[in-house]
Design a protein around this ligand. Structure first.
Ligand code: ADP
Ligand code: MG
Length: 246
């Protein structure tokens, strides 16, 4: 895995977002220093996915700011932003009718404007790093879920992002496939990527995160180092959540 990344800091401040009358984000603050990993935990419906989608502007917030490397991204070009912030979803979102290699080369050509040869070279390099070069000509549907998710991670990394967002990247995987994907994510964290990881994997959060943020009802209720969050939680809502999941 080790590769070079120009990781940037990510700061979310006062983000608010409503779907109609449903105020889903009610002033979210999260500061992720460059090269660190923040795990976001919290009950279903608390706004975790919406927060990630707002961070890379799949959704536009009603208020607040998102800064990448200290600069607001809310007026930047969305394509440029998707190049700088990679995202990995629960259901992989690979193109089913393209080969593994084409899944990587397509965004490299369309968004990064690489030549066909450059795109293939970058894609093969990235597939090597996640141990899936031998699957380059396979269709995603012929891979295991864990392999598909590693392809999705490789596709995002091939763009040389400054931040990576993971939305429950292992929730759809069979239990025996979870470990391999978490190991890849842990390696990436260790290699100095800036990461925001929405996860139910409390073991991963405890071991890999520099900070854990607990979200409930559209706000970060409590954030801190894993030792504080898991062993000395202050907020009753977090204590109750942990008593249900640990
Ligand atoms: P989490 O990821 O923490 O489970 P979400 O961010 O997916 O939570 O959802 C938070 C709330 O926003 C939920 O009440 C959900 O129903 C609502 N929501 C999410 N996406 C949409 C959407 N596209 N349109 C309307 N409501 C949505
Ligand atoms: Mg979600």
């Amino acid at each position: 895995m080790p590769d070079s990344y120009q990781a940037a800091s990510l700061e979310v401040t006062g983000i608010e977002l409503a779907f109609g009358n449903n105020k889903v984000l009610r002033g979210v603050d999260l500061a992720v220093p460059a090269g660190t990993t923040a795990c976001v935990i919290g009950p279903s419906g608390s706004g975790k996915s919406t927060l990630l989608r707002t961070t890379n502007r799949l959704l536009e917030p009603d208020a607040g700011d998102v800064r990448l490397g200290g600069q607001s991204v809310l007026r930047s070009n969305p394509d440029e932003l998707r190049r700088r912030i990679g995202m990995v979803f629960q259901h992989f979102n690979l193109f089913p009718h393209k080969s593994v290699l084409e899944n990587l080369t397509l965004p490299l050509r369309k968004i990064k404007k690489l030549s066909p040869d450059e795109a293939v070279a970058a894609a093969e390099h990235q597939l090597d790093l996640v141990g899936l070069r031998h699957k380059a000509s396979a269709r995603p549907g012929n891979l295991s879920g864990g392999q598909q998710q590693r392809v999705a991670i490789a596709r995002a990394l091939a763009m040389k992002p400054e931040v990576m967002l993971f939305d429950e990247a292992t929730s759809a995987l069979d239990p025996e496939l979870v470990k391999g994907v978490l190991a890849l994510m842990a390696e990436l964290a260790k290699a100095g990527m800036t990461m925001v990881v929405v996860t139910h994997e409390m073991g991963f959060a405890r071991e890999v995160a520099d900070q854990v943020a607990f979200m409930d009802h559209g706000v970060v209720v409590e954030a801190g180092p894993p030792a504080q969050i898991f062993s000395a939680a202050e907020s009753p809502r977090l204590q109750q959540f942990l008593s249900q999941v640990l």
